[in-house]
Design a protein around this ligand. Structure first.
Ligand code: BES
Ligand code: MN
Ligand code: ZN
Length: 501
């Protein structure tokens, strides 16, 4: 789908449908909606007066222009209450409208920038949100479906024209749309990798995808195999990997802009391409979801792509430890002791607590960059899903400044995070009788003890951990988030790094 930005009056557009909007409670529309209402001889006003359109968020109505305008149809979308309007509502209404247009079997339409008028949002941000919502709503993962969807699902939107009335705003809107398109493409990459079944997305395939992406976007790429890992002393990652026939990979992506200043920010993503639990085998019921246990790694890949595409002027490194976790005759076992890259020894209590093991080596490796900050993302614990559900990710940090930056980016993107404590009392649960620490602290405070475990490998680095177990996939459609992988974190991290000063 192409999004073009042009100057004009929307009611004059030659296209299949024009899209305008309305706040809840408005009886006499102004702006572009007012112009369209006038051209339609007050039809929108009639709809409101009759109580047939209230302007509720994501409400839609289709009107027919009967020759009053070049376009045959007008789609009206509700913006909800004006005092509750924000950038996420822009993403939502853009997504709702794009889905509606697709369900009508149409391929092109013209839209205004929701929120840049009466709502008073920054036009560049509203335009970015418009592009994000539009693209993200159209995402589908159909690669493995050989029979076409019967519900009009075959049509693809081809062209969306964003029509801007003020000449001075055209370039600003173009800039916002440009950013939104790159960010949405990065989210789509992350969703694709996360949705991809484990027989297609093995650690080597993940590394190949990273290599291909790095080449296209101008990032530096490296991938370590088992021999390199042994040399580096990554005994925790190797321990998890030893039960699988698939070779592990440790992927390194580097964004080094010319004007790069100082130490990099390191992003770490859990890349478990399949987590069966290993010898501590998971129940069968939901095990298939564990093909998505590399969502953190996929988010780091998507974010690195976005940073390169948007030419973010800070050095950033992406680290993705990737392996399967399977039971076999060679698999690691409960009671085994592993030595991580930092020299710390770990008693394996539960082979299903594997994410923290591979992240331990990645965090240890991150130390060689003396980074300005390290942020890891991981589908780490079921306990985090119990605590925060599918609404928010868990945020853990040893650095208040870093946590505040992440919270600000979370607000802007509506990728919700909620900070949880790392009080030292929790570390008691990780004490081992045979090694430096154990990999499971049992059920109480499971998300926190997992984060505490990671903190032991982050040492003095300013560090944050985001547990995305509850938010990396969804089982229901929403305006710009179809069922399946969400790509959570790409927008959050990209916002964070674009805003970094
Ligand atoms: N990948 C899982 C966590 C998970 C659970 C992600 C549900 C997404 C949805 C992780 O490796 C795991 O198995 N964690 C264990 C830790 C426990 C054994 C200490 C868990 O949460 O049960
Ligand atoms: Mn596990
Ligand atoms: Zn896992």
């Amino acid at each position: 789908m192409e999004i073009e930005v042009k100057r004009g009056a929307i009611q004059e557009e030659q296209t299949e449908l024009i899209l305008v909007n309305l706040f809840q409670g408005v009886t006499d529309p102004g702006g572009a909606t007012g112009s369209v209402n006038k051209a339609l001889d007050g039809q929108i006003g009639d709809l409101i007066a009759a109580g047939d359109f209230k302007g509720k968020l994501n409400e839609t109505a289709v009107l027919y222009t009967r020759g009053a305008m070049p376009a045959k149809r007008v789609l009206l979308v509700g913006l909800g209450k004006q005092d509750e309007f924000d950038l996420d509502k822009v993403r939502q209404v853009a997504g709702t409208a794009a889905r509606k247009v697709r369900s009508l079997g149409l391929t092109r339409y013209a839209t205004i920038v929701h929120g840049a008028g009466a709502a008073g949002l920054e036009p560049v941000q509203a335009a970015q949100a418009l592009a994000e919502g539009t693209h993200l709503s159209q995402y589908r993962f159909t690669q493995h479906q050989t029979e076409k969807d019967e519900n009009g699902g075959e049509t693809e939107l081809e062209k969306v024209s964003v029509v801007v009335f003020d000449q001075e705003l055209v370039e600003v809107v173009r800039e916002g749309v440009w950013a939104g398109e790159h960010i949405a493409a990065a989210v789509a990459l992350t969703r694709d990798l996360t949705n991809q079944p484990a027989n297609f997305a093995t650690p080597t395939v993940l590394a190949d995808e990273a290599r291909r992406m790095a080449k296209t976007y101008g990032l530096k790429f490296r991938a370590f195999g088992p021999a390199d890992m042994r040399q580096l002393g990554m005994g925790a990652l190797l321990g998890v990997a030893q039960g699988s026939e698939q070779e592990p990979r440790f992927i390194v992506l580097e964004h080094n802009p010319k004007e790069a200043d100082g130490a990099p920010i390191v992003l770490v993503g859990k890349g478990l391409t399949f987590d069966s639990g290993g010898i501590s085998l998971k129940p069968a019921e939901n095990m298939h979801h564990m093909k998505g246990d590399m969502a953190g790694g996929a988010t780091v890949m998507g974010t690195m792509q976005a940073l390169a595409a948007l030419k973010v002027p800070h050095p950033v490194v992406g680290l993705i430890p990737s392996t399967e976790n399977l039971p076999s005759g060679t698999a690691y076992k409960p009671g085994d002791v592993l030595k991580a890259i930092t020299g710390k020894t770990i008693e394996v209590i539960n082979t299903d607590a594997e994410g923290r093991l591979i992240l331990a080596d990645a965090l240890g490796y991150a130390q060689r960059y003396s980074p300005r900050a390290v942020i890891d993302l991981a589908t780490l614990t079921g306990a985090c899903v119990v605590a925060l559900g599918t609404v928010a990710a868990g945020l853990f940090s040893t650095d208040d400044d870093l946590a505040a930056r992440i919270e600000a980016a979370s607000q802007a993107t509506n990728e919700k995070v909620w900070r949880m404590p790392l009080w030292k009392e929790y570390a008691e649960q990780l004490k081992s009788d045979v090694a430096d620490l154990k990999n499971s602290g049992g059920r109480p405070a499971g998300a926190i003890t997992a984060a505490m475990f990671l903190s032991k490998f982050a040492d003095e680095m300013p560090w944050a951990h985001i547990d995305i177990a509850g938010v990396s996939a969804t089982d229901k459609d929403s305006p710009y988030q179809p069922k399946g992988a969400t790509g959570f974190g790409v927008r959050l991290l990209t916002q964070l790094l674009r805003d970094w000063q």
